[in-house]
Design a protein around this ligand. Structure first.
Ligand SMILES: [Mg+2]
Length: 340
């Protein structure tokens, strides 16, 4: 893989991480005064807030000021809250509070440039941004996180995720080959993230992450998959990339996201955690043990699941989920021959 250009210097990447930390703090404050009319539905029916959109505008504008023009895959666009006057008005008010000076043209630009749709394996640099991963959790007072990753030729090489609900509020950031580091969102010393690989004791409880709004079937399935390791099993509730952060932080032993019979999962919901988990020493991969391929565009079309595990249980969980896919008739996702 050719090296990134000089604009992706360690100092500039540190500025990008600081930007995500600041954006996360802004979102925490904005959440405390979020009017109901600022929470709307996107055309696809999913929930979005004026904060999601304002954060995307702020982050992409500031990134462009630091790094210049870079290919972008971002979750929000002009249709996210477009035409919803009260939500748009709240978005503008937030941006003003945050010192944004890009004007209307800047807003339109930041919501127009994140639509890159094709594969990224031939793209030298591509930002992957989810301004708020877990918007439902944001509204409910549950887990959520702003997530930024940088792909170089389709492979995550930098990530910064803000986790206001994990370990008292932390940024987790890292570069490929350089480790992942926790830093308190409110400031303080950074510490290296290290995932435990010590095997579970014979009767030790395995902690599996389940969604806060899990269905009875999802709960039962997670308990069954967890018990396949031979250990008693309990559930830890988390959603968004915060579920992977729980494993990295030692608050859970395994988190996973299955594709099932649907389309590939969105790359912005996983790319950063894929790098950060790897750098922290977690087991991260698919049901057949292959790596997560982030190079295929907006979705992870090449993988059946993203599994993040500690304590050496990754391969056992992968086998259990592969068997689940077989029983449910879920086909293998296409292999693009470009496993990252
Ligand atoms: Mg989002």
């Amino acid at each position: 893989m050719p090296p990134l250009g000089p604009r992706f210097s360690p100092g500039n990447l540190r500025a990008a991480a600081d930007l995500v930390a600041m954006a996360t703090r802004h979102a925490v404050v904005a959440r405390s005064a979020l009017p109901p009319e600022a929470i709307v539905r996107k055309p696809d029916g999913s929930i979005v807030t004026a904060v999601d959109v304002a954060l995307q505008v702020l982050i992409l504008t500031r990134l462009e000021a630091i790094f210049g023009e870079v290919t972008v895959i971002a979750e929000e666009d002009l249709s996210s809250i477009g035409g919803k006057a009260a939500a748009e008005s709240h978005c503008r008010a937030l941006l003003k509070t945050w010192g944004y000076e890009g004007g209307e043209s800047g807003i339109v630009r930041a919501l127009s440039i994140g639509g890159h749709a094709g594969p990224t394996r031939d793209v030298d640099a591509c930002w992957v941004l989810d301004p708020i991963d877990g918007t439902q959790g944001y509204v409910d007072g549950d887990h959520w996180c702003p997530c930024l990753a940088l792909l170089a030729y389709g492979t995550p090489v930098f990530a910064a995720n803000g986790y206001p609900t994990v370990r008292g509020g932390q940024l987790l950031a890292g570069e490929a080959g350089g480790g992942a580091f926790w830093s308190p969102l409110e400031g303080g010393a950074r510490t290296r993230a290290r995932v435990s690989v010590a095997p579970l004791g014979a009767d030790e409880m395995l902690r599996v992450v389940a969604p806060a709004r899990a269905t009875a079937r999802q709960i039962e399935m997670r308990l069954e998959v967890g018990r396949s390791t031979g250990h008693p099993c309990t559930l830890v509730h988390s959603d968004s990339q915060a579920k992977y952060a729980h494993v990295i932080a030692g608050l859970a032993d395994v988190a996973y996201s299955r594709r099932g019979g649907g389309p590939g999962k969105y790359v912005w919901d996983h790319a950063g955690a894929v790098l950060l988990a790897h750098e922290a020493g977690a087991w991260i991969g698919d049901t057949d043990g292959s790596a997560i391929d982030c190079s295929l565009g907006r979705r992870l079309e090449g993988n059946n699941a993203v599994i993040c595990a500690a304590r050496g249980i990754g391969p056992t969980i992968a086998s259990a989920l592969a068997e689940r896919d077989r029983v449910e008739g879920v086909p293998r996702a296409r292999s693009a021959g470009g496993i990252a």
